[in-house]
Design a protein. Sequence first.
Length: 318
Amino acid sequence: MKSKRSIMGYAALLVLLFHFYIPVFNNTAETFIYRSAYIGVDLFFFVSATSISKKDRIDYLPFIANRFKAVYIPFVIFAVIAFVYKKWSLKRLILTVCGADFLKNGGGSFLWFAPGIMLFYLAAPAVCRAGKKYGLKSLPVFLLLWFALCCILQYGFNYKKIFILLNRIPIFLAGIFYEDFCRKLPEKYRIPIDAFLLAAGIFLVSKFGITVRLNKPVSDFYYIVSIPLILAVAEIIEFISEKIKLVPLAFIGSFTFEIYALQMIFGYDIETWLLKVSGNKLIAFSGVTVVLIVMSYAFYSLKKLVLYSNKQLRSVFK
């Protein structure tokens, strides 16, 4: 997808909306908008997968090393910041950094998507190779394996903690095979299909992902019924980006990891203070959003500066 950064920026805003929006009007439209915003994480997984699938060849070890530096090292750094700011025990820090806390608490663990997406990255090269070799014919096989794994874990071992991740596998696969779908789909069908996906997605999420969250045939299955809406939103942003440059979204999309991390560490404290001072829900939400974006950009800029300095030092001592 050409508008990767814009979609990632929109995804980050959705995550902030989901975590910090405080209902004001209590009507159906408002409830749908902020309670369906959990799809921000799915959009991130989807776009990450489409980027990986574009690579002609993936050298496994360099790819994993690159993802480790880009995702896991920042995850460890932010975990240390949380350890200091939130006064974690040393045991919690160790369990968080090694991923054990995620396996134990699932979505309740700190920045769970970081160790989660690293698991996706470990499997991504093999999935991409199969996709390039067998095309869309391999997709049903992967989906069958995914569903079998979910059933074994839930009904065989009564383990459902990481279904918040497992039920994102289909949208990750959709990203891997996205280009294959596009090549087989005539351009004239794009708008009608996007319109259908949007309508179907709004209906399914309204019925199974808002007030009632579907947990059949396996736990957290409402993430699966959200897929049409996720694809429609990604396509709509892609379509708009072809007409106009979504500069603010692309800007935010360059430091989404920092936004995800800092909102988990500082977000609720900032919003609580703003709500106490202003007494206005919209001001508190708008304020925490702006503050987190500014903080995240500052961290991102500092990271770039450190990386640039290291690169310069290496070039000097070569």
